[in-house]
Design a protein around this ligand. Sequence first.
Ligand SMILES: [Zn+2]
Length: 440
Amino acid sequence: MRWVWIGKCLLSTAALCATGALCAQTPPSRATVLHAAHLLDVERGALLSPGEVLIQGARIVAAGQTVSRPAGAAVIDLGTATLMPGLIDAHVHLFLHPGAEDLQTVVESVPERTILAELAARADLEAGFTAERDMGTEGAGSADTAVRNAINAGLIPGPRMRMSGNAISITGGHEDAIAFNPAEHISSNATYADNAQQLVAVMREQRKQGSDFAKIYETGEDHFANGTLTSPYQYTEAELAVAVAEAARVGTRVGVHCTAEPGAAFAAEAGVASIDHAYQLSPQTMALMKQKGIYAVPTFAISEYFAAHAASPAVARREQALLAFHAAQFRQQLAAGVPMAVGSDVGPFPHGTQARELELMVQYGMPAPEVLRADLLNGARLLGWEGEIGQLKPGFYADVIAVDGDPLTDISAVRRVRFVMKDGAVVRNGPAPGQGDGEK
Ligand SMILES: [Zn+2]
């Protein structure tokens, strides 16, 4: 039924566009040809040279070394750049910005945070991220529904979004303002569910309010000392299995925040879609994730940022040690064949800078072509848009970026985005605001 509402919004957008007031996100009616020195074939891990993409409306009609040029087609020449699919971030928080994360929900109203979320969506899109999975509004309820719908209606710029609404957690668990005086009743950043019945009730309410999937906190609070990580699980395997079944009932999925065992084993057995953070996974859990196709989403970029912006040298050392621990575990996960997706956890660090995540995955041992497949092919599957995004192929959405350099041999190219197109509409062509010469 909610698509009816979006349909109404599309009509009103068209009316606005007729007046010339708002046309930026509307794909041109005539065909467009993108031409550049190279085009990335993600599946083969190879460049085509030159590269061209033919676009009609919101979709790709043809892609390859050359494409036909229909009469009247607009040709955009991107010179020496490499054309590639728009980037995918499988773990973002549009409703967070750098600063004291918990205090945002105390100091800022939901309307204020919603406006900031709109700016975050624009920043991510302009950085080349044309699709994202938002892993929780952290106390802003289902305000993400409004942001997603406004993007889909062309009212504001942003990536195509999968929204979770608020994340779900237990009383006294992760994000429950446990560092504050309980007598002050500081709100949790998550929605409470303390058993399977409550999980189902919360998921149904969030579904009613527009969520696309459920984000559940499965571990917390983490304790890391002397090279050992422990984090209590929050839900049993049986409870998570009920949540996964409830999501499957309406064709959606569950993603979990999960840093350690035994929570990871519970989540994998229950059949979640992704285990995010995944600092530590047992050999049995890794085998199960490979067998079931459950993605690990490492989120290295947030760890690097926290280590660099720690409140004290002692905290910085702890964060750096935890990052090194995770990097070593990541290499074991790669060796075990755990499927990977790319998610940065952007929000607590500045929106639009999260291409750093792909660099860190290469730095910690994953070859660049595999990181690009994890981002684009696995990301499309995890977000439920397989066959529609993540590749430059006929029939796919025309979500296309152009980067300076060859991302297969120098992954930092994904930070030098020169051109962004989403749904066949040009978002920007040239250096981003504040991007200077394209270097960040
Ligand atoms: Zn997160």
